[in-house]
Write a protein that binds this ligand. Structure first.
Ligand code: ZN
Ligand code: ZN
Length: 407
């Protein structure tokens, strides 16, 4: 562990929310089956489909769909259980409903991250979109399946300039602006970005050991261009550039500045590189200094942290959050409640950091963690083994409700 830093981020005007909902629009994983602690009020889009009254199969139901099924009159000609209890005949239920489940309606996984946050306080609601996934098609399709209300999204926060987080952004702005322009006096969506946008980023491939072919030639993989400030403005967004800690949506959400690098082992992403249009050269860039995290505070629960990829290291992220909220800075509960997003501990060079990460995470002691995206199964398994019951699946289509009324 490390000492406190004068560079810690701070969010003095972050308010305390009554509730925070997280809806996962894009993640690497599809997992609508794993159980989740009750306190997180977890549901998934697939489970919602299990109960979707629009898909009730009247021919295979013996009871009305539901007395409250607005617009759906699922009256059945079949026999009812007049006592209101399930009855059984030789292993078969005589009173039942059937919903047809269509697997093609379930959200799809993709390498990337996009999470919609809905904060509420005193019946006021604000929504922020944290990252937009790797490309338009997956963002749009999953948002449609989740029935995202685009007109209610006020701000898009980009965690860092990597295409698996920014790739769906222009489409997201298009959709949000299309929806907001129909509303009464709704301001343009704000896109909150770090000013240091690279021309393009990529990775230098590791040479197979024992390879002697062309020893001076290196292979790079270019990931594609992030949307530009101008493209976003042309799409109707209000671009807001910041490299400092600040809050958005009347203090509902905090966006960090630079994440201080404090631990010895979280040394960035080996072989990561930045392309320069001007020099026409790849430059090594192990530290991705434009990365920011997002925080929210929920009454009686504490701090919820969203981290895009944790290129700064998830321990550096969490330690900075601890410093930001230590000694009662700001009003309310400052416990580390829920750490959500990419922990970036997958791949040979990163997996060596799992042991120390788990050890330091034990000290930080968050109530819950949802390691998703680039975390990798080894890190998830190690965290769960060290802290049983604290690790939950992020998974596309997941919905978590952090609520001070909850258990
Ligand atoms: Zn990523
Ligand atoms: Zn990244």
């Amino acid at each position: 562990m490390t000492q406190s830093s004068p560079d810690a981020n701070s969010f003095p005007d972050l308010v305390e929310l009554d509730a925070l909902r997280l809806t996962v629009i894009v993640d690497n994983e599809v997992d609508f089956m794993s159980s989740c602690p009750r306190e997180l009020n977890h549901t998934t889009q697939a489970q919602t489909l299990f109960k979707d009254k629009r898909n009730i199969d009247k021919e295979r139901s013996t009871v009305e769909s539901d007395t409250n099924a607005g617009g759906h009159h699922g009256h059945s000609s079949h026999a009812h259980d007049h006592h209101g209890h399930p009855s059984h005949t030789h292993g078969s239920d005589s009173a039942f409903r059937t919903v047809n489940f269509h697997f093609q309606d379930v959200c799809c996984g993709a390498h990337g991250l996009s999470i919609l946050l809905t904060g509420t306080k005193d019946n006021v609601e604000h929504r922020v979109l944290f990252d937009t996934g790797p490309h338009s098609a997956i963002f749009l399709e999953n948002a449609k399946r989740l029935e995202v209300e685009f007109e209610k999204i006020e701000v898009i926060v980009l965690s860092h300039w990597h295409i698996d987080h920014s790739g769906g952004m222009l489409t997201a702005v298009d959709k949000i602006q299309e929806a907001r322009s129909k509303g009464q006096g709704l301001a343009p969506v704000v896109v909150d970005l770090h000013p240091d946008r690279p021309d393009e980023r990529g990775i230098r491939l590791t040479r197979p050991s024992g390879s002697h072919e062309q020893p001076d030639v290196f292979d790079y993989v270019a990931w594609g261009k992030d949307p530009s400030f101008k493209e976003l403005e042309d799409a109707g967004a209000k671009v807001s550039q910041s490299s400092q800690a600040h809050t958005v949506c009347d203090g509902f959400f905090g966006v960090s500045g630079v994440i201080p690098r404090m631990t010895a082992y979280e040394t960035g992403l080996p072989n990561h590189a930045r392309w320069s249009v001007e020099t026409k050269l790849w430059k090594q860039e192990q530290e991705i200094m434009d990365e920011r995290y997002l925080v929210a505070r929920v009454k009686s629960k504490g701090i919820v942290v969203l981290t895009g990829c944790s290129h700064a290291g998830v321990i550096n992220v969490c330690q900075d959050v601890k410093r930001a909220f230590q000694h009662g800075k700001g009003a309310g509960n400052n416990d580390l409640h829920f750490v959500v997003g990419g922990f970036h501990l997958a791949g040979l060079s990163m997996e060596t950091r799992i042991k120390e990460t788990v050890s330091d995470m034990l000290d930080l002691n968050p109530s819950f963690m949802a390691p998703g995206h680039c975390s990798g199964w080894r890190a998830k398994a190690a965290l769960e083994q060290a802290m049983p019951g604290k690790v939950v699946s992020l998974g596309v289509g997941s919905d978590f409700l952090i609520n001070h009324h909850g258990s």
